[in-house]
Design a protein around this ligand. Structure first.
Ligand code: T4K
Length: 401
């Protein structure tokens, strides 16, 4: 009867959170510092086109990544497009399908065919053995994605690229401040691309950054992001407009000033989720290698619906009713999105791990907007939902009918 009704919003109780909790709530950082930088921009009347804040921001990111160069761009998607073009990739390029759609779009936008490769279910990253099987005479490159900031199998991919004469770059959108073998992400492959989108650990509202040790490539990227101008009136390349504005760089710098604080906060939140969600059957909180650096920006939960009493999608609905907007990153696999689904209708057959993973994962809110008490409340919801899984499933089944 009603006395025993579990306290879950999905089943009629009031939601535990009044205001929704978002995944990807931006870390704002020191407002006063940002505002004073904005004042300086207005005073100087230098708003964009390789301004002083952009150059500062580039120096700071190059330092973090341990590279000779960092080239700022308006976002990571355009940055990927420009690197891909600068390296002369064409034909086919091998990418994971378990990624944000931008990785593939950056290729398809310039009529390069992304060839979707399956991932290692443990690391969530490209499986090098499968990469090798997908190489054809049309293949010109490989793009690895360091998903959740966990490094790709960098050495194995580099060995394949060298032996088969392919370009190798990394989409490091998630991986600012992360490491592989103790070496910062940023200097692997020909180049790596970071994102400073609002939802990233450090943000510049919108922003991207290419890091590389290759002097010639860096020079080419700088030309290409500025219409190919090599000086006033002198265009020597096909270029685009990939420039970052000064106000974005001011935010990026302010964000980097707060990075260690954001990272520490995230690590604490991640630990709170890990203990709060321990001992739930079929549910795992993805862990980060303690021997490496990670920014802990992603709290990723994997739910094996054959063991857990609720599957991922059912749990997402439970949380949504409580005001927790958990996200299904990454679902579906990019190969199931358009135009890839139509262009490559049989891709699904060779991507069993991607399919399985994309049906199991969800990411939970973290960042400076989240507090330990919120995590405890949220974990309490998950426990109640698992304890009352029968009622939850019955409710959802009735709602669907
Ligand atoms: N490669 C990888 C592996 C990536 O993950 C990404 C981007 C890229 C490349 C491309 O980088 P950029 O070109 O964006 O620099 C979001 C982000 O827009 C995207 O940057 C990110 N990955 C992706 C994983 O997530 P959506 O479409 O899911 O975003 P949206 O609008 O649903 O926002 C996510 C959540 O964040 C919402 O619950 C609300 C909250 N939010 C968002 C914004 C923008 C805020 O609270 N405040 C905000 O200002 O893609």
């Amino acid at each position: 009867g009603p006395i025993h009704a579990p306290h879950l919003a999905l089943l009629g109780a009031p939601p535990v959170f009044e205001a929704p909790l978002h995944v990807g709530r931006p870390n704002i950082g020191d407002r006063a510092r940002f505002m004073s930088r904005v004042e300086k921009i207005l005073d100087s009347a230098w708003l964009t086109n390789n301004g002083p804040y952009v150059r500062d921001f580039e120096r700071r990111v190059a330092e973090l990544a341990g590279t000779r160069h960092a080239v700022a761009m308006c976002n990571a998607t355009i940055a990927l497009e420009i690197v891909i073009r600068a390296l002369g990739m064409k034909g086919e390029v091998i990418v994971p399908s378990f990624t944000f759609v931008a990785t593939a779009h950056a290729l398809q936008w310039q009529e390069i065919k992304p060839i979707f490769c399956d991932v290692d279910p443990v690391t969530h990253n490209l499986d090098p053995a499968r990469v090798e099987q997908l190489i054809t005479p049309q293949t010109t490159g490989i793009i690895g994605v360091h998903v959740w900031g966990r490094p790709c199998a960098v050495e194995a991919l580099q060995e394949i690229a060298d032996r088969r004469g392919l370009q190798l770059i990394f989409d490091a959108a998630h991986a600012l401040g992360c490491s592989h073998g103790g070496r910062p992400i940023g200097s692997f492959g020909r180049a790596e691309v970071f994102s400073f989108h609002a939802t990233k650990v450090c943000n510049s509202f919108e922003g991207g950054m290419v890091t590389t040790d290759d002097d010639e490539l860096a020079e080419k990227l700088r030309l290409m992001r500025n219409f190919g101008f090599a000086g006033k009136d002198q265009v020597i390349y096909l270029g685009s407009n990939g420039k970052m504005s000064e106000v974005s760089a001011a935010m990026g710098l302010t964000s980097l000033d707060g990075f260690e604080e954001f990272r520490a906060h995230n690590a604490q939140i991640h630990a709170a989720y890990t203990s709060g969600l321990a001992d739930l059957p079929g549910l795992t909180v993805i862990q980060y290698d303690g021997a490496e650096h990670n920014n802990h920006q992603y709290v990723v939960v994997e739910i094996d619906g054959s063991v857990a009493p609720l599957n991922r999608d059912q749990l997402v609905k439970v949380l949504e009713a409580e005001g927790v907007l958990a996200r299904r990153y990454f679902y579906p696999g990019v190969h199931e999105m358009e135009p890839y689904r139509s262009n490559q209708p049989t891709a699904d057959l060779v991507l069993p791990e991607t399919r399985c993973l994309s049906e199991r994962v969800m990411t939970l809110p973290t960042g400076t907007a989240m507090h330990d008490s919120d995590v405890r409340t949220l974990c309490g919801v998950v426990h109640r939902a698992f304890d009352h899984a029968d009622e939850v499933v019955a409710h959802l089944t009735a709602a669907e009918a």
